[in-house]
Design a protein around this ligand. Structure first.
Ligand code: ADP
Ligand code: MG
Length: 731
């Protein structure tokens, strides 16, 4: 009988168990069985030693010809050189300080690695080695699993250990707890867990591997979706306060004052929100809409409804610049209605209060007081606002704007904010592929604004490949001068602030780069440092833009400075704003029509899309120039070209997803919790994820909920490594 939670020490030797735990984080039988082969070596496809090329990742079958170990000259320790041959050719295997001196002349073995070359001869450095003995039935298999391995735990050791666990398939079938309920398996034609594991680890055909994959992906999708369904259920069981629409109040006044009529999409989403706010069950909704689709006004109307119903609404922005801007534009739309209590205020209105971490103590004290006594109906701030123990008289709605790092846990913290959980609306302009919406944001319902308000000029984009066409950069600055001459303004965005800053010099006030540059490009040490705001601004002032008013904006300025410079730019007193990604989200200056992104290759796809959105806000056509040194035929160059070629956010979101790994996407939003996703692909498994979501919802909400499915509950609990799993009990 194997329990999934059995520690591996009970299965393999203590040394192997320790190495597995330390190097591969494999501690229990579950961990080991879920440690799947990365790929399979095929016996029929073993590479011949005379046909290898440098860079090939291959497994060869060969015989050991010689073994020699000698001390290294430059470093401490030993170098072991092994020559192997297969009759067609020969190659050298090299090991530094390795125990593989156990290879003996005459033995046959499988050697897997990446072919390199040294002093004219082909070699493997630290290949996976597996000596074949006479009674080796692993070797007889058509597909030899190759596992993710580590220094002291080779693929073969893993293979042998797994084999121990799977030794008796019949016993296994009865002994393994299957987290996917039988009815679900039947409905979706899935094999049992025992069969799937057997086929994944010891397949006899690729068909078996495929069948196993399908089933094992279900485990991942179902566990993930049950976790999210349990959250939704727990949230639903905790009643909030209904905030139904009341006529004759702030909302009606807002609607009267709006200088435009709402788009159809804004009306539809508005009705959806109004209905949900009117219910006791707290709303938990994600509103996604293209940059410039007009989410703010949708949010404002929801906030007005809550204020009319006697509650308070908080609007959280990711940066102080943005918070200040929101406070300003809300105040502008509300006019006297946003200044209740002031001389020229309308007593029927409310107060819009800005509350940020860096305000002067006195300002903050009075803002806090207004929040605590309820006279501030609308509170705008960064999310530091929630962490600082600010007391609300009656928090009814929290709107989170443009948030990249507002994960599940922050939302949980929010719900705990009032005596009763508030309604929550999360807004994002980064379009979210459906699979991501169902996973990362799976505890939220989704609404989408697809339409842009009429009369937008649109934005066209081009790549400026300065490596290949240096003269194009001059042309870019000429375009900036032309736009300014026509009365417009420009942004120049750089990846870095400049003039020493620690930690890579990212702008702390900028949004999180959870969806920033693709991982392979982070910290690439051999490239020149990214261009910096301060240097670029200086160069422009001294050079191509010397006749223009150039100002800089970045996260190291004091909040007052940032605010003052943003205001000056919005007022048209500055022609060109050289900035970090602080301008990425939400900054709204309709007169700005050009954006030049320096070192554009250092930004992620959705970041570029966001940035570009800053110059598509008015009636004038916008222009976005992506300046980069990378070759236009490289993968990165092509990514930039793709961004330039389309403004379809959903297509870009997909492109973005392709450049990231599942774990990054899921991990970032689930902050620290192991996502448990190994096989599931957010790109390819949309149908499966949707089916799993439906099954999970049914499992959690019907009958005894998870209590009826202890095996599944155990699997979910194993995944929820931190101790915030209390929602599981509630479900
Ligand atoms: P985003 O969805 O990117 O946050 P905003 O809410 O900032 O977009 O809106 C962008 C601009 O469009 C703002 O200047 C806003 O006043 C304007 N706007 C919003 N809705 C409409 C509408 N229905 N018609 C015309 N302009 C609108
Ligand atoms: Mg916005």
């Amino acid at each position: 009988m194997i329990a999934m939670d059995t520690p591996l020490v009970k299965v393999v030797g203590p040394r192997t168990a320790k190495a597995m735990a330390d190097q591969l984080a494999l501690r229990t039988v579950r961990d080991l069985l879920r440690h799947y082969p990365r790929r399979y070596a095929r016996r029929g496809e073993m590479a011949r030693l005379d046909g290898l090329e440098v860079g090939d990742r291959v497994t060869v079958l060969a015989q050991v010809r010689s073994v020699s170990t000698r001390p290294m000259r430059q470093r401490r320790g030993n170098l072991t050189e092994v020559t192997v041959g297969d009759g067609a050719g020969s190659m050298r295997l090299v090991f530094f300080n390795h125990r593989h001196a156990h290879l003996a002349v005459g033995e046959w073995g499988l050697f897997a690695g990446t072919v390199g070359k040294w002093q004219g001869a082909l070699q493997f450095t630290h290949p996976d080695c597996h000596v074949i003995t006479g009674d080796d039935d692993d070797w007889a298999r058509a597909l030899v699993p190759i596992y993710p391995a580590s220094k002291d735990v080779s693929s073969w050791v893993i293979q042998k250990s797994v084999k121990l666990l799977l030794a008796d398939p019949h016993a296994l079938e009865g002994a393994l707890d299957d987290p996917v309920p039988e009815a679900v398996r039947r409905r979706h034609g899935l094999v049992t867990l025992a069969t799937a594991l057997l086929h994944k680890h010891r397949p006899e055909s690729t068909a078996q591997v495929e069948q196993a994959d399908e089933r094992l992906k279900w485990d991942e999708a179902l566990v993930l979706q049950v976790t999210l369904a349990a959250r939704r259920r727990a949230a639903a069981l905790e009643p909030g306060i209904a905030r139904p629409r009341r006529g004759g109040g702030l909302l009606d006044a807002v609607d009267e004052r709006l200088p435009f009529s709402l788009t159809e999409g804004q009306q539809e989403v508005g009705a959806e929100l109004a209905a949900e706010l009117a219910r006791e069950q707290p709303m938990n909704r994600l509103l996604q809409g293209e940059v410039g689709s007009g989410k703010t006004v949708v949010a404002l109307r929801a906030m007005a409804q809550v204020v009319d119903a006697g509650g308070q609404a908080a609007l959280l922005a990711p940066t102080e610049v943005l918070a200040a801007q929101h406070a300003r534009s809300l105040a502008a739309i509300l006019g006297p209605l946003g200044r209740a209590g002031e001389l020229d205020g309308d007593p029927a209105g409310t107060r819009v209060t800005l509350l940020t971490g860096s305000q002067k103590a006195a300002v903050r004290r009075s803002a806090r007081a207004a929040v605590a006594d309820g006279s501030a109906g609308i509170v705008v701030g960064t999310h530091a606002l929630l962490q600082e123990g600010v007391e609300f008289a009656d928090l009814g709605l929290v709107v989170v704007d443009e948030q990249h790092r507002f994960g599940v846990e922050q939302r949980d913290a929010l719900r705990a904010k009032g005596a009763r959980p508030p309604h929550v609306l999360v807004m994002t302009a980064t379009p979210i592929p459906r699979t991501v919406a169902m996973t990362v944001y799976g505890d939220l319902e989704t609404s989408t604004l697809r339409q842009l308000p009429a009369g937008r000029g649109g934005v066209s984009s081009s790549v400026v490949p300065v490596g290949e066409k240096p003269a194009w950069l001059d042309r870019a600055w000429a375009r900036v001068r032309e736009e300014v001459a026509a009365g417009r303004q420009a942004y120049v965005v750089c990846p870095r602030i400049g003039e020493e800053e620690g930690a890579g010099g990212r702008d702390d006030d900028g949004p999180d780069d959870a969806d920033g540059a693709p991982p392979e490009e982070k910290g690439a040490g051999d490239r020149r440092p990214p261009l910096a705001v301060l240097d670029v601004a200086e160069g422009l002032r001294a050079g191509p833009l010397s006749a223009l008013r150039v100002e800089v904006l970045h996260g190291r300025l004091t909040p007052e400075d940032k605010e003052a410079r943003m205001r000056a730019f919005a007022a048209g007193e500055v022609d060109v704003l050289v900035a970090t990604t602080v301008v990425e989200v939400g900054v709204d200056v309709p007169n700005a029509t050009v954006m030049v992104v320096m070192d554009a290759d250092r930004f992620g796809v959705s970041q570029l899309h966001q940035l570009r959105g800053r110059v598509a806000r008015g009636a004038h056509a916008g222009l976005c120039l992506l300046v980069s040194e990378v070759s236009s035929s490289s993968a990165t160059g092509q990514r930039l070209a793709a961004v330039a070629a389309t403004t379809d956010g959903f297509q870009l979101a997909r492109l973005d997803l392709e450049t990231r790994r599942e774990g990054d996407v899921l991990g970032a939003a689930q902050s620290g919790r192991r996502s448990g996703v190994r096989l599931l692909s957010l790109l390819d498994d949309e149908a499966l994820i949707a089916e799993a979501r439906a099954e999970a919802t049914a499992l959690v909400e019907h009958g005894g909920g998870l209590a009826d499915h202890p095996e599944l509950a155990a699997e979910v609990a194993a995944l929820a490594l931190d101790d915030r799993a209390d929602y599981l009990e509630k479900a």
